[in-house]
Structure formats: structure tokens, C-alpha cells
Design a protein around this ligand. Sequence first.
Ligand code: A2P
Length: 341
Amino acid sequence: MRVAVVGATGAVGQLLLKTLERRGFAASEIVPFASERSAGKELPGYGVIQPLTDETVQGFDIALFSAGGSTSKAWAEKFVAGGATVVDNSSAWRKDERVPLVVSEVNPEAIALATSAEGRGIVSNPNCTTMVIMLPLKALHDRFGLVSMVATSYQAAGGAGQSGIDELAQQVPVVGADVEQLVHEGAAAAGKVTPSTFVKTLAYNVVPMLGTVGEKGYTDEELKMRDESRKILGIPELTVSPTCVRVPVMVGHSIEVRATFENEVTRDEAIAVLDAFPNLTVQDVPTPLEAAGLDETFVGRVREDLSDPKSLNLFVVGDNLLKGAALNTVQLAELVASARV
Ligand code: A2P
């Protein structure tokens, strides 16, 4: 099994390599790819980083992509033509009807489309924010019938890749140096750094704008929560009110969800189905810092709605780089690998 990792130097790419190893993925060879900036350099343990060319993309069984949408658009089909099945972590193919969008515990059967006559040889990995809520929502949907949700995210800097992690790390000591200023002159504190990955200073702050503004003022990140949830859960008419917010957390996305069902729901019944779902852990107070570096998704603050017996509030937390990206990508690669043999 020859495996390509495209974007191997990135925040997710690095974790892809580690996760393949940690889970004992049966690869005979793992070949790292990155941009022209990195090609030719040695990646310790994996040899020389390859550039993407018509020659280098030939002869793989599986190619894992985490190098942004434009790289996936340009190169995924070339890997497929060269013999590979592609598992893509970008948004490039997620809405394509010929490309399944898969969470391994939620809709693994959908993966068959990728290699069928109608498929493109590509499987998409969901957006990291959507991914975090899929496990609890699938558990609840199967029991109570999900109709609609209001979802507000608290997204980590790491969701924007290595540049997001670096930007927050650089800002924290500078913006936080003067506590008096933070308390009384916030704008001056924010002005001590120049944001680039984020639209405003993120350190000691909350930034309610994430992505590119589109339909009715919602950002593409927010619309992904609607469109991807519908596709993964198989509920085309699901009503979603999404708001995405960046918070000064390194890794670990959190989402508060108010979910409304066809049937009445009680806290005890909800906790029973959440508890029984694979790789989902019920906690009183889940936090992103404590979830960073862990494979599971955590759910807590489960509360019956104050006025609607068919609605439930819950707070969900997961590592956006692991289950939100690298772990699910490797889980999908495992499903692809077992289908190929
Ligand atoms: P490079 O390190 O050479 O820039 P992150 O999500 O952490 O920002 O990482 C993005 C990953 O995608 C990196 O491995 C980066 O490589 C890679 N990448 C970015 N642009 C391209 C491109 N045009 N072709 C191939 N790889 C790319």
C-alpha cells in the first residue's frame, strides 16, 4: 500500500503522519508532498519532500490531502488517474454529489460511492467544526429525529492551520504584557499587534467573523455547518442557524448546539444514547484545552430546553486537528484500504 500525504509539513499534515503511525496503518511506503517551498527538503523519517508534478503523483494506492482547496482541486484527480483513491481534507469536493462526505462513526457506508462507477475516486473529510457535532447529533437523530439546530462555535486558532497557531502564540505575550491596559484600554492593547490570519487581534479577545461572507451575510464557514450536516446525516431539509466565532484557544473547537427533534426528548434519555455512541464521551463540563491531543469527542451541559419539550441544549468539544481533521482522514483511509483488498 503506497500512501501519499499532500501537505505533509502543515499542522494537519504532521498529525496525519503521526496518526498513520500510531494506528499502525499498513503502508509499504509513505511519501510526503508539500509546496515548492518545501520540496527537496528532508522530512525526518519520511525522506525527501516531493513536489506535485505529473510524474510524482503516479502509482499510489491512497493519497491523503491536507494542503488547501486549490491544491485539492488541481491535483486530486491526477492522483486518482495515477491509481489512487483520494481522501481529501479540504472543502474542494465536499458538495460534489459524486463525492461522499464521511464521518467514520456516522455514515461509513457512504464511502462505497467513491470507488463505484458514479464516484470520482475521492472521499471528502468534513470541515473540522461540522465534524465535532456529528457524533452527538447522529446519536440523538437516530433516537429522536433531528429537525433543526442553532449552532454557535468557539473555534480554536489551530483551525486555521500552523499560521493560526503561530499568530496566537506571538500575540499572547505582546497583548497580555500590560494588564492595566487590557482592563481599561482594550483597543490600544489590540493595536499592539497586526492580525493577518485572523481579521482582528485574537489574543485576549473573541472574533465573531471567520471565513468569507456569502449568502445573507453568513460566512462560508457557517454555511458549511448547514450544508455538510445535511449531507452527512442524510437530512436534506435540516434547518440550521450557524454562527462561527474564533476564540483564543490553540486547539479544540467547541460548539453550543440547541437541537430540536420530531419527538420529545428528556435529558436522561439523551445522555443514555450519547453515552452508548462510539468515541463519544459524556462529561459534566467539557473544555477544549482538556480535549486537545485526544481522539474522542466530548459532550456535556446537556439540558432540556426551558420551554420546548422537543429541544435540547448541549456543549460539544473536540480536537479540531485530530477527529476534526487528521484522525477522521486516517479512519477513512482505513475504510478505503479495507475496501481495496
Ligand atoms: P508548505 O509547508 O511547503 O507551505 P497548514 O494547513 O498548516 O497551513 O499547512 C498547509 C500545507 O499545505 C503545508 O504542508 C503546505 O506546504 C502545503 N501546501 C500549501 N500550498 C501548496 C501547494 N500549492 N502545493 C502543495 N502543497 C501546498
